[in-house]
Design a protein around this ligand. Sequence first.
Ligand SMILES: [Zn+2]
Length: 371
Amino acid sequence: MQTVRHDLPSPSVGTQRHLISLHYGPTDRGRKAYLQASLHADELPGMLVAHHLRALLDQAEAAGQLQAEVVLVPVANPIGLSNAVLRTPLGRFEPASGENFNRHYPVLTDAVAQRVCGQLTQDPAHNRSVVRAAIATELRSKAPTTEIEGLRQTLMLLAHDADVVLDLHCDFQAVMHLYTEAPYWPVVEPLARCLGAHAALLNQQSGGHSFDEALGGPWWQLAERFPQHPIPLACADVTVELRGQADVDHGLAQADARALMLYLQHQGFVAGPAPELPPLLNPATPLAGSEPLKAPHAGVLAFHKHPGEHVAAGDVVCDVIDPLSNTLTPVRASVSGVLYARTLHRYARAGMDLADIAGSQPLRTGWLLSD
Ligand SMILES: [Zn+2]
């Protein structure tokens, strides 16, 4: 295993942070898996999974079982990890800019299309190399000024040539679920089975310019743009939501690390016979079909439904109670599906997101991610 240190631009005189990446396995096989933890730095289950995954990768490497490169970034956001206000750790937004650490990643498709135009052939492997080189050139073409720009560029450069990118996050209170782009579902479905995901939310251009979509999106978009040339879907991007923020537990993390290794074995990154996988818990659903329930007014929350429960359209998910006016408003699901996440808070301001239900029919358009 090689440890590489990446210095980030200094945001202020006398201060500089860096990112650490761990590189396992042979680099000459033409395949690569990339995993990172806690890009939202207040979402910690992934860091503990990374800790346990290191032990498994060390073992596999020592036994000569790694068939390709596996890059692990156990702490993807040292900027956010240092943030705290009033004794409360934060980590979703950069305080200086107000920007979400998992938004505003570059949309590379147009620039890469210009760079590869005229170089594409009928050979998918050649086209993959050409597109990867163009993505790397484009990413390096703009020198980052700010610390967050440097973080985004460093993470993108580490991940851009991976066949599989797993971005380990978590929700507030949740069961295991994941997000991926619909074209990659055949590659990601085994991961959902390994991890025991209760929901798999498929989208194409959710609008948030998140890390995963910035990497996977250009491939299916270029394939659509150049239909006369075979461009492979070469970067399967997944955001894995490792349950809720408080689900930081050795037992869960060890099991999740083993599940990730099982997936790496299934995909041929780790030697071994094709493993038998557990069944998919629930069919994949469109992200556009997920219903985010909102607080109709401010009040105390009392939930009737818990993460992992199947709710039916019309079921009361929670009550919002204003104890001054003595108003109790039941909040009902309008779709049927798995309630895969709910807020950690028990006081809602008007309009606050309360819970998410994986409906099976698309009902939303435009920006599909939370801020
Ligand atoms: Zn997150």
